[in-house]
Design a protein around this ligand. Structure first.
Ligand SMILES: Cc1ncc(COP(=O)(O)O)c(C=O)c1O
Length: 490
């Protein structure tokens, strides 16, 4: 069957001579390109660009933008990713010409506004986390982890702790934690989770020794559970001279309520592109600022932004710095959004964010636990993990349930993670969703649970209404086909 014009690729729409632009009359002398571009740099043939009208271009890009799910289009409960609605005003602020037209190499006295913004955002993050200073250089959470562990490593080397070669990581951890520890040259040692989903203290006691450089933990963890024994965990690590790293990717439920610094953590990263008003995913840019307690400040990347009461300056003079990890001060644009978001929310507003994120997650958990197995049945924080184990016995896998959700306009939750839950479905509703949206999701999940019993094929063959069916995700990642190579037809 012939494709309609709205189904065609932009190259297939091309028709010789069609244009999407009109230029004004030339008002400068025409120059022969041959005179100014050397022969070897000149095209032999015109570039094979699509020749399309403005309407073709608009329809094409509007159509492909709608083929993908986005948080502006529908519910996106992707656990551990905090896909909340990010107010557009923060985007507008981050595009103010006075900020976007700056160059980081300008003289400091002409950058005072930008430096103030960095300095004040740093103060906010210190207040929220209980840390002394922050660097904005890391471009993502994983980058922040690398910087944080590099600081821990530099600290131990500085203090002659060369025997410290292990980093302890819970079995529920995000994959970036062990990967980071390995990249920093550490042996990773796994600690088990206990029956309540927290760090198993007995197992930890068996592992902790003088060779431990530190422990990496996200709290609440990837099960969405707050570790009730965090002070004891911190004490056990500190007793052997180790340091605690806080993976702040799950900070959405603790804002203004509990601080990693008070829990006993020494180094922290936040994912500004989750918690603080920048969309997560979509290829960035992101920002994973790293904060440290006082005795680690001299190891931070340089420069830091200092303020002497009159002017802001870039301080390159940190005696033990691990050096630069990014140009300038990282992805400044993301920091602007964070600044605008924190100022517009205020302290009480941020606390409300966390209260609502926790309330929404517990509401969903309570309504769904009778229909799907809930392996850790206790009050959760901003997310919770169901297991599709009941449904698996009836021949329907968690992946099938995820694909079926797409038919109902819902982005699937994170699946098969954390690894310690069989057929995991990790659900994070976030604070920005309404009661109606949550109820729609509950109804849909219950409807799917019923379908598993009555009509499993419909789930096994889903999605039925998406622009594409099931993709070969491994091939899509390993052999991406990103270039139009022609249809072979005239
Ligand atoms: C718990 C946890 N830690 C670390 C990361 C890594 O963050 P990023 O994707 O910014 O590298 C993530 C990302 O989703 C996460 O969920």
């Amino acid at each position: 069957m012939k494709k309609t014009s709205t189904e065609k690729l932009i190259f297939e729409l091309s028709s010789r001579g069609r244009k999407a632009y009109s230029l004004p009359e030339m008002d400068v002398p025409e120059v022969d390109p041959g005179e100014i571009i050397p022969e070897k740099m000149r095209r032999k043939e015109p570039a094979p660009l699509p020749e399309v009208s403005e309407l073709d271009v608009i329809r094409h890009f509007t159509r492909i933008s709608q083929m993908n799910h986005s948080v502006d289009q529908g519910f996106y409960p992707l656990g551990s990713c905090t896909m909340k609605y990010n107010p557009k005003i923060n985007e507008d602020v981050s595009r103010l010409p006075g900020l976007t037209a700056l160059h980081p190499q300008q003289p400091e006295e002409t950058l005072q506004g930008a430096l103030r913004l960095l300095h004040e955002t740093e103060k906010f993050l210190c207040e929220i986390s209980g840390m002394e200073r922050f660097t904005f250089q890391p471009a993502a959470g994983a980058h922040g982890e690398f910087v944080g562990l590099s600081i821990i490593r530099a600290y131990h080397e500085h203090h002659g702790n060369h025997h410290k070669n292990k980093v302890i990581i819970p079995d529920s951890a995000h994959g970036t934690n062990p990967a980071t520890a390995a990249m920093c040259g550490y042996e990773t040692v796994e600690v088990k989770s206990d029956a309540r989903g927290g760090v198993d203290l007995e197992d930890l006691a068996k592992i902790v020794d003088n060779e431990v450089a530190g422990l990496m933990l996200t709290n609440p963890n990837t099960l969405g559970l707050f570790d009730e024994n965090i002070h004891r965990v911190a004490e056990m690590i500190h007793d052997v001279g180790g340091l605690l790293y806080y993976d702040g990717a799950n900070a959405n439920p603790i804002l203004g309520i509990s601080r990693p610094g008070d829990m006993g953590f020494d180094v922290v990263h936040f994912n500004l592109h989750k918690t603080f008003a920048t969309p997560h995913g979509g290829g960035g840019p992101g920002s994973g600022p790293v904060g440290v307690k006082e005795d680690l400040v001299s190891f931070l990347p340089v420069p830091l932004v200092d303020f002497d009461g009159e002017k802001y300056s870039l301080n390159h003079d940190l005696p033990n710095t691990i050096g630069r990890v990014h140009s300038a001060n990282g992805n400044f644009n993301v920091v602007i959004k964070t600044y605008a978001y924190i100022l517009s929310m205020g302290a009480e507003g941020l606390k409300q964010v966390s209260h609502d994120a926790v309330l929404n997650a517990n509401y969903l958990m309570e309504k769904l636990k009778g229909h799907y197995h809930l392996p850790y049945d206790r009050t959760c924080m901003h997310e919770f993990v169901l297991s599709g184990s009941k449904q698996k016995k009836l021949g329907v896998r968690t992946l099938d349930i995820a694909k079926r959700l797409i038919d109902f306009g819902v982005h699937p939750p994170t699946v098969y993670f954390p690894l310690i839950v069989d057929e995991a479905l990790m659900i994070e509703p976030t604070e920005t969703e309404s009661r109606e949206t949550l109820d729609y999701f509950i109804e849909t999940m219950i409807h799917i649970a019923r379908e598993v019993e009555e009509n499993p094929e419909i789930i096994q063959e889903a999605p039925h209404f998406a622009p594409v069916g099931r993709l070969d995700e491994a091939q899509a990642a390993r052999k991406p086909d990103l270039r139009w190579a022609g249809t072979g037809e005239e």
